[in-house]
Ligand binder design. Structure first.
Ligand code: NAP
Ligand code: HSE
Length: 427
């Protein structure tokens, strides 16, 4: 056996605690897998007097981050947030340690700076847990599919929003009621904004797009809409048209660039992503040679996320013990990142209209005048006998054309309201 590989853990919350548990409980197996003992150098916390889970050895706790980082071969950042995580990772790299992080927000904001620093210092930087928790997705995209051309990724990468939408779908509940219940059960944060408004999914989308398209895609490049506007009626209408609503992270290659977006979408019931229930995550990939692939599993939680972190620790520790280095970030491509206006989708519009002769013709010509082609129309009686609900599904159309259609429709006397506009994906 070689010299021990010393691992420092920064942060001792949900994920950090489970990382420490697995590191200590599986020490023997890890030593065989790495080819050297893997030891816990220490756990950085702000306050060492705060009681911790019994799996965390009290004598491993320290509030001296600099000394801990300086003593480690591998630094595992599981604090979250931008600072001091960024500065501590840079210090670790400078000190020659390999880095493992689960911090998607940091990578989406400062990834290039960190990758460049790791490259310059010749150390590893792994982040499997940053996207979709336990699901191996960073390695498959970065390594297994490195010889293929990924054309599209559709991901359910946020468990909280999938749970909320799934409860609305299966139990017919309203958005606010499900979020309140999810908060009560501890599934959703007290401030659920990062999840429900799509910020968490957007950070993951930026990471996946960067890996898939071999170029830098930042959080600012990602179009984002959350699920807070999705109503019970939207969910019911989705079911009537053979769909389910999912918050999707979408990264796709088009002829003139790449587009990355996060928004609620109608997914056909027959699509594999429609069967992803509860807080589970799944990533559906379309690649030129490989065809369609789907990766499914737990996207969050202490132990599932720690599983991905441990996988990274083993990789980095192997390199420390046996030499070599993991794959570098590949960012040679520079396709333009398209704005949402240039993206084409199919849309489903739901609107209330005055039910009178010629109404349908005027609505159809409003779409036609902007070059948007109707695929299906359903009309249902509304509560008021002279009103009706129209559900129109379009063929693929650019967002910019759809924006003009919506403006024109709102100006029609016959249109009482446009209750929802949802993109249809996965067909
Ligand atoms: P958490 O439960 O809030 O734990 C974070 C820990 O880091 C807390 O113990 C906190 O200390 C500590 N911390 C925060 N800022 C610190 C600072 N300045 N100095 C020292 N300690 C600090 O968070 P988590 O859920 O474990 O998430 C950790 C990371 O994993 C995040 O980047 C998150 O995005 C990522 N991640 C989490 C999950 C998940 O399911 N939880 C899944 C995938 C990825 P205090 O206790 O003193 O506040
Ligand atoms: N809050 C995230 C989710 C987990 O609900 O999936 C951490 O990325």
């Amino acid at each position: 056996m070689k010299d021990p590989v010393k691992v420092a853990v920064l942060g001792c919350g949900t994920v950090g605690t489970q990382v420490v548990r697995l590191l200590t409980e599986q020490a023997d197996d890890l030593a065989w897998r790495v080819g050297a003992p893997v030891t816990l150098a220490g756990v950085y916390v702000r306050d060492t007097s705060v009681p911790r889970d019994a799996v965390v050895p009290v004598d491993a706790l320290t509030s001296d981050a600099d000394a801990l980082i300086a003593s480690a071969d591998v630094v595992v950042e599981v604090m979250g947030g931008l600072e001091p995580a960024r500065t501590m990772i840079l210090k670790a790299i400078e000190a020659g340690a390999g880095v493992v992080t689960a911090n998607k927000a940091l990578l989406a904001a400062h990834g290039p700076e960190l990758y460049e620093a790791a490259d310059a210092a010749g150390v590893d930087m792994y982040y499997e847990a940053a996207v979709a928790g336990a699901i191996p997705i960073v390695r498959p995209v970065r390594e297994s599919l490195a010889g293929d051309h990924i054309t599209r990724i559709l991901g359910i990468v946020n468990g909280t929003t999938n749970y909320v939408l799934d409860e609305m779908t299966t139990k017919g509940l309203a958005y606010g009621d499900v979020v309140a219940e999810a908060q009560r059960l501890g599934y959703a944060e007290a401030d659920p904004t990062a999840d429900v408004e799509g910020f968490d999914a957007a950070a993951k989308a930026a990471i996946l797009a960067s890996l898939a398209f071999h170029q830098r895609v930042s959080l600012d490049d990602v179009f984002r809409e959350g699920i807070s506007q999705v109503t019970k009626d939207d969910v019911a209408a989705a079911a009537e048209s053979g769909h389910v609503i999912k918050l999707l992270a979408i990264a796709e290659r088009a002829a003139d660039g790449v587009a990355v977006r996060v928004h609620p979408a109608l997914v056909p019931l027959a699509h594999p992503l429609a069967g992803v229930h509860g807080a589970f995550n799944a990533v559906f990939i379309e690649a030129e040679a490989a065809g369609e692939l789907m990766f499914y599993g737990q996207g969050a939680g202490g132990a599932p996320t720690a599983s991905a972190v441990l996988g990274d620790i083993v990789s980095v520790a192997r390199h420390r013990a046996q030499g070599g280095r993991g794959p570098l970030e590949s960012h040679y491509a520079d396709h333009p990142v398209l704005s949402i206006d240039a993206v084409s989708s199919r849309f489903q519009l739901r609107m209330h209209v005055v039910d009178r002769p010629g109404m349908l013709a005027s609505i159809a010509s409003t779409l036609g005048n902007r070059g948007v082609s109707i695929e299906t129309v359903r009309q249902k009686p509304a509560q008021h006998e002279t009103h009706a609900e129209l559900v129109i599904a379009t063929h693929r159309a650019p967002e910019s054309d759809m924006a003009r259609v919506l403006e024109d429709l709102r100006a029609l006397d016959a249109v009482l309201d446009i209750s929802s506009v949802l993109r249809i994906e996965g067909e």
